[in-house]
Write a protein that binds this ligand. Structure first.
Ligand SMILES: [Zn+2]
Length: 327
């Protein structure tokens, strides 16, 4: 399937605090280290404060809304120095002088409406605003908004790439009442695309198996991951990926948690597992190196708040007394 195995840093989940929304256009940056692992990564904030919806509100347009404006995978933000950035918060998109190519209502974050907007690839940002890659904004915009931005990116991408029916080629229409597009000629329904991928932390005794992917930054090691194939259960995908990549047979596969990964439309499903033998046979294609490490001999690992890092941190919590120095 497309892209590298999604072992790389993903978007944040598990942040248990609500956003501190102050006066219009200001929001306090949530501490990116405020990860509540004890809540589990499935206890994501989206359930608590984001209410998904499809039909836009029938309002006068005066209430300030979050506008997630995408030019490709770049998001429109107001930068506040190097550390912080803000999502535009305005009553009307016209206030921002942003001409939408397409627009979707997403729902409400803590009562504020959220919209996903696509602009032309040549569109220049308005004065005081800038387009920045979504990944680069992790830690610069509030975590709650980053999660909604990931959702917005996927809706924009789906809308952009489903303008025509995949079966008969006719122009599609929005299906009323659901997040779907419908072909008026042949009736084909197209929902936003999700590509599930499994990711697994393998432990044996006090050691953990980490691997370096072909496309990883130099020296970084992570947990094994791969896309689920059609017809495959998640546990089967875990077994197959690990067998293919490092030649190990797993036992005791347990669900850990999940995390959306909007680059462009994955859903990471995390597991832990053990194995009977520690002999590794590297496939040499997707994986260029793999080895067993202890909590005190870890190589560089993915940054915090990816599910890969959450898995590794759960291992460290059991086997290490001092916190790891890596960000
Ligand atoms: Zn059709």
């Amino acid at each position: 399937m497309e892209g590298a195995p999604p072992c790389a840093p993903a978007i944040p989940t598990g942040v248990a605090t609500q956003p501190a929304i102050g006066p219009a256009n200001t929001i306090r940056l949530t501490d990116p280290t405020d990860l509540r692992l004890q809540d589990g990564v499935t206890d994501i904030l989206m359930d608590r404060i984001f209410v998904s919806a499809i039909e836009p509100p029938e309002e006068d347009g005066q209430a300030a809304a979050w506008w997630f404006v995408f030019r490709g995978m770049e998001l429109l933000v107001a930068e506040r120095g190097e550390q912080e950035a803000e999502i535009p918060l305005h009553g009307d998109l016209a206030d921002l002088t942003v001409p939408p190519v397409r627009q979707n209502y997403l729902g409400a974050l803590s009562g504020r409406h959220c919209y996903a907007v696509e602009v032309d690839p040549d569109f220049a940002p308005p004065q005081g605003l800038a387009f920045r890659g979504l990944r680069s904004l992790y830690g610069r915009i509030a975590d709650e908004l980053f999660v909604v931005a990931g959702r917005a990116a996927q809706i924009v991408e789906w809308d952009r790439t489903h303008q025509f029916c995949g079966r008969c080629g006719a122009p599609t229409e929005y299906a009323p009442g659901e997040r779907a597009k419908r072909c008026p000629r042949c009736g084909l329904i197209s929902f936003p695309r999700l590509s599930p991928a499994v990711i697994v932390l393998i432990e044996r005794g006090d050691r953990v198996l980490l691997a370096r992917g072909r496309d990883f930054p130099e020296a970084m090691y992570s947990t094994l991951a791969g896309f689920v194939e059609p017809g495959e259960a998640l546990e089967e995908a875990v077994r197959r990926e690990v067998r293919e990549e490092v030649g190990i047979e797993l036992t005791d596969i347990r669900y850990f948690g999940s995390q959306p990964w909007p680059f462009p439309h994955s859903l990471m499903i995390g597991f832990t597992a053990t194995c009977a033998t520690d002999e590794i046979t590297i496939d040499g294609r997707e994986i260029v190196d793999a080895a067993w490490f202890t909590a005190d001999t870890l190589p560089p690992i993915p940054p915090k708040l990816s599910i890969a890092r959450m898995l590794i941190d759960s291992y460290l919590a059991k086997h290490r007394e001092e916190p790891l120095g890596q960000p």
